[in-house]
Write a protein that binds this ligand. Structure first.
Ligand SMILES: [Zn+2]
Length: 134
C-alpha cells in the first residue's frame, strides 16, 4: 500500500463509494458498497497503525550515536582542567626541599668582594683569611 495516502483519505473514499452505491442501487452496487466498507476499514487500520508504529519505531532513533551537548563537553573540559591543575600542584608540595642548598651569594670577601662559599677559610681570589661565621 502507498504510505503517502493517509488513513482518513481511505475512510473518505470508502464512505463516498459506499454511500453512492447504496443510494444508487444497493443490490446492483453491493460489490462497490463492500469495497467502500473495506476502504474504510483500511483507513481505520492505517490510522491505528500510524499511531502505534511511531512508538515502535522510536528505538531506532535511540540507536543514533550519543552526542554530548555543548554543556556536557564544557563540564568535562573543566573537570580535566581541575585534575590537571591538581596533579601539577601536588608534586612541588610533596617534593619541596626541606633544606635549601647553601648559597654562595650571601657571603662576600671583605677585601675584594668576591663571592665565597661558606666552607672557604681563605678567599680564593685574594687570599684574605675569612672570619668563621656560625
Ligand atoms: Zn678576597
Amino acid at each position: 500500500m502507498v504510505k503517502s495516502i493517509p488513513g482518513w483519505f481511505y475512510i473518505l473514499i470508502g464512505a463516498i463509494v459506499s454511500a453512492a452505491s447504496y443510494l444508487i442501487s444497493y443490490e446492483k452496487m453491493i460489490l462497490f458498497f463492500y469495497a467502500g466498507v473495506i476502504f474504510m476499514g483500511v483507513g481505520v487500520a492505517k490510522i491505528i497503525l500510524g499511531k502505534v508504529l511511531p512508538e515502535v519505531s522510536q528505538p531506532s532513533s535511540l540507536q543514533q550515536p550519543i552526542r554530548l551537548t555543548p554543556l556536557q563537553i564544557q563540564q568535562r573540559s573543566i573537570l580535566h582542567r581541575i585534575e590537571a591543575t591538581q596533579k601539577a600542584q601536588a608534586p612541588p608540595f610533596q617534593h619541596a626541599p626541606q633544606h635549601k642548598p647553601l648559597s654562595t651569594t650571601n657571603l662576600v670577601c671583605a677585601n675584594c668582594q668576591a663571592r665565597l662559599h661558606p666552607s672557604f677559610s681563605y678567599c680564593p681570589r685574594c687570599g684574605q683569611k675569612l672570619a668563621i661565621r656560625k
